[in-house]
Design a protein around this ligand. Structure first.
Ligand code: DLZ
Length: 152
């Protein structure tokens, strides 16, 4: 994994797991990088997975809840929220973060958290697993969701 302090991890056997990746549509280049990172980890693990798109990060929790209640073993939630000139950033960030936490606790199933809350676009490009990125947060979220599903 790529984040500072993140553990070095080996390969994952996700065969038999059914994972739903849910991605918001805002900030397309960064989000596409996150999806690609998640895809790399999921494909390498052998898990079966599909992609669901929602309009914005605010909609991630309800889609995650429906996926898990419909039988998915894990969800990977991906979104990009960039601070603007109004308090909207705080509301959308809190709703996504708190909502996804509640979904994981209510369903007892893992939600990989790949929602980036950023001051500017460059911070996202640095973390999106793109050429030149320092980190790969989509891959990290997928890795965490798989590893948690395997121990629950
Ligand atoms: C409205 C809004 C704004 C201002 N910014 C973002 C953002 O940076 N990232 C994101 O994922 N979504 C944003 N949204 C959309 C909300 O998440 C939501 O889709 C709308 O408020 C409609 O419910």
């Amino acid at each position: 994994m790529s984040g500072k302090g993140a553990p070095e991890t080996g390969s994952i056997d996700g065969s038999g797991l059914d994972v739903v990746v849910i991605a918001a549509t805002w900030h397309e280049v960064i989000t596409d990088g996150l999806i690609a990172g998640a895809r790399r980890v999921l494909d390498a693990s052998g898990a079966s997975w599909r992609l669901v798109r929602v309009p914005g990060s605010f909609e991630l929790p309800v889609a995650a809840q429906v996926a898990l209640e419909s039988g998915a073993d894990a969800v990977v939630a991906l979104g990009v929220i960039i601070r603007g000139g109004t308090p909207h950033f705080e509301y959308v960030s809190s709703a996504a973060t708190d909502g996804l936490t509640q979904v994981a606790l209510n369903t007892g199933r893992p939600v990989g958290f790949g929602v980036l809350t950023l001051d500017d676009e460059q911070q996202g490009l640095d973390r999106a697993g793109l050429p030149g990125s320092k980190e790969d947060k989509g891959a990290e979220a997928a890795d965490a969701a798989l590893r948690t599903a395997l121990v629950l």
